[in-house]
Design a protein around this ligand. Structure first.
Ligand code: FRU
Length: 315
């Protein structure tokens, strides 16, 4: 199935001779709530500017489709390309091709194995891993313990960096053992399968750390079925990944903690516009991450998010 998202924001200024009208091509690697939030933030930010329109294509986790999507934007000679690449290797060539064709490229959320891009805007995944490690170290304190790490697709930069941050964050805790790090590809069924076999093998783990809230919740379902009286600690990442997950799960006591991974839609568009308008821009914008590990913190954050959303809707 091919999904096709098409958004345009029409310029209120028709006088091309006064204002240049920029066409922004956005290539999303995946769908889902977290990315919808990001897309909406980009659109909202664009509404504040009258010199740009944006068209968005979603590759629904299909690297081949994303290559076609980017080729479409090259053929259509967009003024700038914004890409969240599906993985680090397969997308490098086509992104390099756009860049070599003179199209500035802003990578967001995920990176590639090449320097052929103009700027990167996204969450700090190494920090996400470090935050998870610090939480685990605090929870297990002096008695130590065992940890299961369920990673995202290790061909994608967030999973690689979260893993690296997590392992390095535990390097000083010799009494904490990561009994397995397994690649569940950001996917629910892989997570369930991996959790089931690993928990049968290591029923005595103390903590299950997953690279996304979705995977953490899927792992918890399996653990609760397998060992209904378990007191495993569950840690996820993303924060606002989907209703009922992330901070909402922390609020309900289903997850013990989540590392907030900001979507940063506004910052992505702001960087793109600076490049288009030939203003000074940062090549690397790392958005801050922080841990939410109590129901009270989660409630506060949910209320703040609601307040911001209703304020935006009123404007
Ligand atoms: C959403 C997602 C998130 C993760 C991000 C990493 O599509 O899978 O769960 O944080 O992508 O790129």
């Amino acid at each position: 199935i091919t999904f096709f998202f098409f958004f345009t924001v029409f310029s209120s200024c028709n006088n091309e001779s006064v204002h240049k009208h920029y066409r922004i091509g956005v290539s999303q690697c995946s769908g889902g709530y977290w990315r919808e939030k990001q897309n909406n933030e980009m659109l909202r930010e664009l509404l504040l500017h009258d010199d740009a329109t944006m068209e968005l294509l979603c590759a629904v986790d299909n690297g081949k489709k994303q290559i076609e999507d980017i080729q479409y934007f090259i053929d259509n000679k967009v003024d700038i390309l914004l890409v969240s690449p599906h993985d680090t290797t397969a997308l490098s060539d086509i992104i390099g091709k756009a860049y070599d064709n003179g199209i500035p490229v802003v990578l967001f959320d995920r990176t590639i194995n090449s320097e052929k891009y103009s700027a990167f805007v996204g969450g700090d995944n190494t920090k996400v891993g470090l935050l998870m490690a610090a939480y685990v170290a605090t929870k297990l304190k002096s008695q130590g313990g065992k940890v299961l790490e369920i990673t995202g697709d290790m061909q994608t930069s967030p999973a690689m960096q979260r893993h690296k941050g997590f392992i390095s964050g535990l390097s000083n805790s010799s009494n904490i053992e990561v009994v397995a790090s397994v690649d569940a590809g950001w996917l629910g069924p892989h997570t369930s399968e991996a959790t089931d076999s690993l928990l049968r093998l290591h029923p005595d783990v103390d903590v299950i750390v997953a690279h996304s809230d979705y995977m953490a919740s899927e792992a918890k379902k399996v653990a609760d079925k397998l060992y209904p009286d378990n007191d495993y600690i569950f840690v996820g990442a993303d924060g606002f990944g989907s209703p009922g997950l992330g901070v909402e799960a922390v609020e309900k006591g289903l997850l013990n903690a989540t590392a907030i991974y900001p979507t940063g839609g506004e910052e992505i568009i702001q960087t793109a516009l600076k490049i288009l308008r030939r203003e000074k821009f940062d090549r690397q914008t790392l958005l801050p991450s922080y841990l939410v590990s109590t129901p009270q913190e989660a409630t506060l954050l949910i209320n703040m998010d609601h307040a911001i959303n209703s304020e935006v809707e009123r404007v």
